[in-house]
Each structure stands twice: as structure tokens, then as C-alpha cells.
Design a binder for this molecule. Structure first.
Ligand code: SF4
Length: 77
């Protein structure tokens, strides 16, 4: 779907791999993944992938960390 994030196909959040957090996954999908470009552009997962070419599987779309802090914490730099 054209409103979906370009990373959706391989994203664990979009694909519901947070098995113990199904409701949370659904709400992230609504809030970010399926909400159009203006919304998925604010997703920390997508921002991290854009900046570093990869994203840690456990990172959440609404992480309070900045992309720089994520890069340091997960050693992506
Ligand atoms: S969680 Fe973020 S990176 Fe993953 S599909 Fe949704 S908007 Fe894209």
C-alpha cells in the first residue's frame, strides 16, 4: 500500500514479531507504519535505518533516544 512505510516488508514491528506485544504492534502500525509519509518519517526505526543503513531489531518506533544516541548505544556509527 502506498501509505505504508518503505521498510514495512522487513520490519519486525510491522510484521508483528513482537509476539508478546501484539496490541502494541498494532498501535504502532496505525500510528506510524500505515499512517503515510509524514508519520513514518518520524519513526525512530526508519530514521535510524536511513542514517546508518540498519536498525537494531529491538528498537521501538517511539524511542525517546535521538538518532545519534541510538547510533552510540547500539554501536552503529
Ligand atoms: S516501525 Fe517504523 S520502520 Fe518499521 S514499518 Fe513501521 S514506520 Fe517503518
Amino acid at each position: 500500500m502506498e501509505n505504508n512505510c518503505p521498510s514495512a516488508e522487513k520490519c519486525p514491528i510491522f510484521n508483528g514479531i513482537l509476539s508478546d506485544k501484539l496490541t502494541t504492534s498494532k498501535s504502532y502500525r496505525k500510528q506510524f507504519c500505515e499512517a503515510g509519509e509524514a508519520s513514518w518519517q518520524t519513526c525512530k526505526r526508519l530514521m535510524t535505518k536511513t542514517q546508518y543503513g540498519k536498525c537494531p531489531p529491538e528498537l521501538l518506533p517511539n524511542s525517546a533516544m535521538t538518532v545519534d544516541e541510538i547510533g552510540i548505544k547500539f554501536n552503529l556509527k
